[in-house]
Design a protein around this ligand. Structure first.
Ligand SMILES: [Zn+2]
Length: 357
């Protein structure tokens, strides 16, 4: 199966400048291609091959800075592939009309070694043309076909996809039900609870303060620019914190359980309830499902999605009685059998039974 990895680069100032140059050229090629939109208006579907050929034969020779020494010449090809993908999305109705890329926003470029595999592993990688770069995190020893380098705030990242063999694990539990919630991030029917990441609320409050500060600064001022970087950096920090927490949960689930039952969260329905909206968006439930799916393949387990109409919170896990459970009630007190149990644990036990049914 194909896995992907994205990790932060440890660059020198000189290397940062080289990355900026590459991203600039990729952006130039993308925008140049997009500006040829007259072709599309004339009824021709975008053809990246024609664009590539024209660009290489007629545009590149005029702009000598593209052919500067130390610049990987693959990046313009990938920029056109990227543009082609944007247009395919647009024509299939999945995305809007492609926009021009702006400097400093989603800066990125892709390189390869002309079809030869690129070796990765450990904390340094030799990039084609660019040379050795370091990473903070050790990478798995493997090979990949291409590498994408991108910038978020003032940090640079490297991403690639690699093939990994299937490695099923021995499971401790046959079945587990997972209740995703507001109070606790995840409650498992086995009694294990995953809380929200520590200091998460504080980080969110800081994020709020920073964006207010950003809005107050004069447009175009140096201070506004500084706050922008600060804000973007903090955004990335919060996003990372959230992602790491989700990774911990999904890895634990897939490594230790053969069957995992989760709710199909009717997100649009929940978002209509304003009080829930922020938390749902923050917890990244889509990301949760995405991680579960690929880890299920990796560790060999089955994911069962419960219907959104399944009354997991309202059913008594002891006797099967169904009663209303307003959100503020944290404990399920069964009016039929007098069973008393934590609301989320009750829901997760009900979910786990779906696998056995
Ligand atoms: Zn009961």
């Amino acid at each position: 199966m194909l896995l992907s990895i994205k990790t932060k680069l440890k660059l020198s100032k000189t290397q940062e400048i080289i990355m900026c140059k590459h991203a600039g050229i990729a952006r130039f090629a993308y925008n140049w291609g997009l500006a040829r939109q007259q072709l599309y208006k004339d009824g021709l579907k975008p053809n990246k091959y024609i664009l590539k050929k024209f660009f290489n034969n007629h545009v590149k020779p005029e702009f000598t800075w593209i052919k500067e020494k130390g610049i990987c010449q693959k990046i313009t090809q990938y920029a056109f592939d990227n543009l082609g993908d944007s247009f395919s999305q647009f024509f299939s109705g999945k995305g809007g009309y492609p926009n021009f890329k702006k400097k400093g926003r989603h800066d990125s470029f892709t390189i390869d070694a002309s079809g030869k595999p690129i070796c990765v592993g450990g904390k340094s990688i030799k990039l084609p043309t660019i040379g050795w770069v370091k990473t903070f995190e050790g990478l798995p020893h493997t090979t990949c076909k291409s590498i994408t380098i991108s910038r978020t705030a003032d940090s640079w990242f490297l991403a690639f996809a690699y093939e990994q063999s299937y490695q099923p694990t021995v499971k401790k539990h046959e079945v587990v039900g997972v209740d995703l919630g507001i109070k606790q991030l995840a409650t498992l029917s086995t009694g294990v609870v995953f809380s929200h990441p520590r200091h998460y609320k504080k980080h969110l409050e800081k994020l709020c303060r920073l964006s207010q500060k950003f809005a107050r600064k004069v447009n175009g001022s140096n201070n506004k620019y500084k706050t922008k970087i600060h804000l973007a950096r903090h955004h990335a920090k919060v996003a990372n914190l959230r992602k790491n927490t989700l990774h911990q949960i999904t890895t634990y689930l897939c490594k230790n359980h053969a069957k995992i039952v989760v709710e199909d969260l009717n997100v649009s329905g929940l978002l209509a309830n304003h009080k829930l909206a922020q938390v749902i968006a923050d917890c990244g439930f889509y990301e949760f499902q995405r991680q579960l799916e690929y880890k299920a393949k990796k560790f060999g387990c089955e994911i069962i999605i419960a219907s959104r109409w399944f009354p997991s919170s309202k059913t008594c896990s002891n006797c099967g009685h169904i009663q209303d459970m307003p959100l503020k009630e944290r404990v399920y007190n069964c009016s039929s059998c007098k069973h008393s149990i934590d609301r989320d644990l009750n829901a997760s036990i009900n979910l786990s039974r779906l696998a056995k049914a």
